[in-house]
Design a binder for this molecule. Sequence first.
Ligand SMILES: O=P(O)(O)OC[C@H]1O[C@H](O)[C@H](O)[C@@H](O)[C@@H]1O
Length: 330
Amino acid sequence: MVGRGNKPSALAATPGLAPQPTVTFSSDNSRVTAELPTGESVEILLYGATVISWKDSKGDEKLWVSSAAKLDGTKAVRGGIPLVFPVFGPPPASGHPTSSLPQHGFARTSVWEFLGKSTSESNPTSGDASGSANAADLSVKLDFGLSAASLTAEVRELWPYKFNLIYSVTLNRENLTTSLVVTNDDDKPFESQVLLHTYLRVNDISSVSISGLASSTYIDKVANASVGTQTADTLSIASETDRVYTTPNGASDVVTVSEGGKTRYTVARDNLLNVVVWNPWTEKAAGMGDFEPKEGYKNMLCIEPGSVGTWQTLEPGDAFEGAQTITIPL
Ligand SMILES: O=P(O)(O)OC[C@H]1O[C@H](O)[C@H](O)[C@@H](O)[C@@H]1O
């Protein structure tokens, strides 16, 4: 997808130095896009700070987005990387401060502020003798913010805490990192959960195998929340799958998604203990109005790093940071 509005601008080269490879960037009041000189690109909607596109240098899309997804701010985006905060799934029926919130909270349905962009070079010594950076080493970081003050009055009433979220999306040649910092700006503690609801694109779900979850316990939401332990080294998807892996300390913090025996993605978690694996399969996909094409479940797999097994309590002034890095083989 292509950004609308402002004409794309190249990030300025530093005066006096040799010309630098440039990151192409554009933003308007609905979305932000950036493209590396090597061709990789990312696109983020301000609605939900939802990453809706991540392409490699050949222009191949890595994320799955439904063709019926609403991108106009009327509904959480079905696809890409919606952000889940402050509650994962349906909130507790009553008695919890999140109980009045909708499923997955309000971060994915609120309009975020674009805070700015920065570029960096991962290997500053690799450029040429003139001081020009090596285009292959450039990365771009895009920062987004959401705080209580920018919520609608209606949402603020449903969850009456002062908080600050900073969401950073960093793109380089071989990976995409998305990182969320939650700060308690209130004078009382609050409990929250966070999750990065990533819809990865695959060619054919029947050839996909997922590793990195062996010996982890999980809650199987398809089987009445029964608790299981994964004994096999890999997981294949052949029916509706909705599991919250609790991956206790010591378990692998990398999930690998292979297709036809080849690594397609590795998803590394930083300070996010849990990972949800979700594929709606035929019936659930058929029941979602914004899930198109209906056969699209064959081309997607949600690997969702999060902190959702328990509530994360933040004292006033404290912050919690969690991140994922999704790597593609070059
Ligand atoms: O339909 P949504 O609110 O976007 O939720 C989509 C899915 O999100 C997660 O993966 C949950 O584990 C699923 O139970 C849920 O169906």
